[in-house]
Design a binder for this molecule. Structure first.
Ligand code: FES
Length: 290
């Protein structure tokens, strides 16, 4: 969050500095500074006349005087005339003025493009770092009605998978709840267990592969290194250091709400935990339990 605020402040400051710099250059240019070539040409003409001995050469205006006179002339044209003042004569736009307009156009174009780019970058950073408030992994997810979920699991003989939350829901036998309390299950998990469900994080606790469901054994079996977990995520075999991690579940008007935020994630039960006594119900998909 702090990083996002710093990035936005830096982007805004850069845009303001660029805009102010361009405005200053535009203003200076609008006064009508003569280009270096023009000033050199003026100096060159004066020196030739001096070489030829022309007595009027000293009366030739310098480049700076011409520049100042042009600026004053323009200002007279731009300032609105008072009622009593005579209307100033129209001044034709010379090549130099056209050049200034081109510079103004380029300056403003560059500033606009840079401002848009920096603004887009800042907004994308903000969107990336801003916490998701509209649902999805990291928030509380309403998975569906308890009864509907349990019926679907029974019909398909596979867990209820919620992809946006990266978790599986499986039945938790209510007669196993006292045993879960005995083995020290986190009290935050008990409301879900008592409602008959457990929400298991799909990530293998060994090295992080997504653990698929094996329909024949009715266990979770990891294809990466062969870790196996029973229906409620208790470790049964392989190199996993514990059971599957799980999320806190609450029931809101019969709807299962799963908290996938970091504070809602509970580490899996230690090796040896077996509250349900469920053994493999058929052939394994990956290796064999040790
Ligand atoms: S990542 Fe699952 S067993 Fe290694």
């Amino acid at each position: 969050m702090t990083v996002a605020i710093v990035v936005i402040v830096v982007v805004l400051l850069a845009a303001v500095l660029l805009f102010a710099n361009a405005r200053r250059r535009d203003r200076d240019a609008a006064i009508g500074s003569l280009s270096r070539e023009t000033r050199d040409r003026d100096r060159g003409e004066a020196s030739i006349e001096q070489v030829l001995g022309d007595t009027d050469a000293e009366k030739v205006a310098t480049g700076r005087e011409v520049e100042r006179a042009a600026a004053l002339e323009r200002r007279r044209v731009v300032v609105p005339a008072t009622v009593s003042a005579p209307k100033p004569p129209a001044v034709p736009v010379d090549d130099e003025t056209y050049g200034v307009s081109r510079r103004q156009f380029l300056n403003r174009g560059i500033v606009t493009m840079m401002s848009v780019s920096l603004g887009g970058f800042g907004l994308s950073m903000l969107a990336f770092l801003w916490p998701s408030l509209s649902g999805g992994f990291g928030t509380k997810i309403r998975a569906g009605k308890v009864d509907d979920i349990l019926n679907q699991i029974a019909d398909k003989r596979e867990p209820f998978y919620v992809a946006e939350g990266r978790f599986y829901i499986n039945p938790y036998p209510k007669d196993s709840v006292p045993k879960a309390k005995q083995v020290g299950a986190y009290s935050a998990l008990l409301p879900g267990y008592e409602a008959g469900v457990v929400a298991l994080y799909q990530k293998c606790v060994h090295l992080g592969c997504r653990v698929p469901w094996c329909k024949t054994s009715q266990w979770f079996e990891c294809p990466c290194h062969g870790s196996q977990y029973n229906r409620v995520g208790e470790k049964k075999g392989g190199p996993a250091p514990r059971g599957l991690d799980r999320f806190i579940v609450s029931i809101d008007n019969g709807t299962v709400v799963v908290d996938t935020s970091p504070s809602g994630l509970i580490v899996g039960p230690p090796i040896g935990t077996n509250t349900t006594g469920q053994e493999a119900e058929g052939p394994h998909c990956i290796g064999r339990a040790e």
